[in-house]
Write a protein that binds this ligand. Structure first.
Ligand code: NAD
Length: 74
């Protein structure tokens, strides 16, 4: 099951990302990296041993969010 994880590269949601994967879910991250760094994604993939979908953009952008929902069967 795909779970939309807004701010997924941030402090709390990056830990949530690992927990979701451990619980068998597939997180799809949406983050604009305004308060985090894309390197977090590499670290998450190293920790979990999985490729993680991440879309870069603003969650207040309705078209950006609609595109994620359409493409990823959230
Ligand atoms: N080591 C520590 O103890 C530690 C470290 C960091 C933070 N904290 C605490 O954790 C709390 C903050 O953590 P958090 O996870 O809520 O915040 P965060 O800032 O770490 O994560 C928010 C994420 O959302 C993203 N984001 C922000 N606006 C966005 C937008 N419009 N569209 C898309 N992405 C957007 C940011 O880039 C970031 O990756 C605070 O209380 C802070 O004091 C503690």
């Amino acid at each position: 099951m795909n779970i939309l994880l807004t701010g997924g590269a941030g402090y709390i949601a990056s830990h949530t990302c690992v927990a979701l994967i451990e619980a068998g879910y597939t997180p799809v991250i949406a983050d604009d990296f305004s308060n985090s760094h894309p390197e977090v994604l590499n670290r998450l993939e190293k920790i979990t041993g999985q490729s993680i979908a991440c879309k870069t953009g603003d969650v207040a952008d309705a078209a950006f969010m609609a595109d994620i929902l359409r493409r990823h069967d959230i």
